[in-house]
Design a protein around this ligand. Structure first.
Ligand code: EPZ
Length: 427
């Protein structure tokens, strides 16, 4: 297994190009199932999860063609062709590798009248249930069966009528599944307390480009009027606000200055507000956002929340940065029940962190020391990379496949702003 090796202590300075958003593209790809025409997604990030989703689509009979040099710097694109669906079953072998596979449930049901997906199961950060996805589809007229580790959704008569559903808690994935399914209902669907993340807006904008009728985009009340069919489209994936926020933390933790080229400020105001509260200068340039350290980091009190609150996907990265703040920081992880897997590894690098349930106290220390570390999820792995960039000495982050799921060309982008970093092939 590959690892990332870092010699820390370098002040990072320069520009980092921000790629297309992982959490947008993973809901845009299944949109192709909603039409027999071609859907082309540009500004496509080169990520392991995108490749995994492409394999799943092939399993269903969807043609996929990539454009642009793989591994090159050019903007890559994928064209998806779901004119012939061979199977409506998303198998365990593929779903277990990427839980976002559950996002084929709604669009496949809407287009084919039935859809069967292996239950995704949990992951390191929590048990990640999907009952909200199922309740929303039932509210739209679907019949749901659970058997042998699979969920099967059926539209009696082949088409869903639509309906009204109020989410008891905000769920990004359940909102995405429901919106995609609602576009082809015979009637109108109202989704209340829907997620408002920028990735949901990106999904709605893509669906509208495909001919869907959606009102309330960007609000927690989405009204979708079903249409007979959707057509193809060419759509550019939004920039990744979490990747941008992660590299902003790289500037903060190394006392540097990084311009996040292509970042969209309006997507990440909670992040830029937290960066400013920590004492970082954030400048909105015509290329993106420039984040610069201005001295010792100030401690923060952060509680994660659904958008427009502070993103749970930014918690681990900010915690790494706060290990060097001038005082004690307080963090509360309100979204997932086990999202402090980075804490034991950060402690091994000299951080002083206490956790109790979903709360954490991060006591600022003078410095960190490099170590061989290992994480169990994507954002925890990134927090260890950030700590390694600031630590004295060498850090090796194992199980780099976690990082490859969500960060395109990580070592290349960080080396480009002065980091001493390389990928090492494991034994
Ligand atoms: C999406 O996951 C993202 N993944 C996550 O990013 C992100 O952390 C999360 O939204 C919250 O913003 C993708 O978009 C591919 P949820 P999702 O449904 O949709 C509970 C990353 O690092 N819940 O909004 O799975 C759930 O357990 C990843 O990029 C139910 O109880 O998140 C959680 O506590 C990690 N029942 C909360 O809701 C359900 O049916 C929010 O989950 C669904 C969710």
């Amino acid at each position: 297994m590959d690892s990332i090796w870092i010699e820390g202590g370098k002040r990072l300075e320069g520009k980092i190009p921000i790629s297309g958003a992982k959490n947008a593209v993973l809901t845009l790809i299944p949109c192709a199932l909603l039409t027999e025409e071609k859907l082309t997604l540009s500004n496509l990030p080169r990520l392991a999860d995108v490749d995994s989703f492409s394999h799943l689509m092939n399993e269903l009979g969807v043609g996929t063609a990539f454009a642009g040099k793989k591994g090159g710097r050019t903007n890559r694109a994928i064209t998806l062709d779901a004119s012939h669906i061979d199977s409506t079953v998303a198998p365990y072998e593929l779903v277990r590798k990427m839980r976002a596979s559950i996002l084929v449930l709604g669009p496949m049901l809407a287009r084919m009248g039935e859809s069967t997906v292996s239950l995704p199961g949990g992951c390191a950060i929590g048990d990640r249930p999907i009952e909200l996805h199922l309740r929303a589809l039932e509210a739209m007229g679907a019949e749901i069966e659970l058997a042998e580790g699979y969920v099967k959704a059926i539209a009696p008569g082949g088409k869903l009528p639509g309906g009204e559903y109020t989410f008891p808690v905000v769920s990004v994935g359940a909102t995405e599944n429901a919106v995609m399914a609602a576009t082809l209902c015979t009637g109108t669907t109202h989704l209340l307390n829907a997620a408002r993340e920028p990735e949901i807006v990106d999904l709605c904008n893509c669906l509208v480009a495909m001919g869907a009728k959606i009102d309330g985009i960007g609000t927690s009340h989405l009204s979708i009027t079903g249409v007979e069919a959707l057509h193809g489209a060419d759509y550019a994936v939004m920039p990744d606000r979490i990747e941008a926020g992660s590299y902003a933390c790289a500037a903060g933790i190394t006392g540097g200055s990084i311009e996040l080229v292509g970042a969209r400020a309006s997507d990440m105001l909670a992040t830029t507000n937290a960066l400013a509260a920590a004492g970082l200068l954030t400048e909105f340039t015509d290329e993106g956002i420039k984040v610069s350290a201005t001295g010792k980091l100030r401690p923060l009190a952060i509680s994660t929340a659904p958008y427009p609150g502070f993103a749970t996907d930014m918690q681990a990265q900010f915690m790494a940065m706060m290990t060097l703040a001038d005082g004690d920081s307080y963090m509360e992880e309100t979204i997932f029940e086990n999202r402090y897997m980075h804490v034991p590894e950060l402690r091994r690098m000299g951080a002083e962190i206490e956790t109790r349930g979903r709360s954490a106290i991060v006591r600022g220390v003078e410095g960190l020391t490099g170590a061989k570390v290992m994480a169990t999820d994507l954002r925890a792995s990134m927090s260890l990379v950030l700590a390694g960039l600031a630590a004295k000495g060498e850090t090796e982050v194992l199980r780099v496949y976690h990082l490859d799921r969500g960060y395109e060309r990580l070592e290349e982008k960080l080396a480009g702003v002065g980091a001493t970093i390389e990928r090492r092939s494991g034994g």
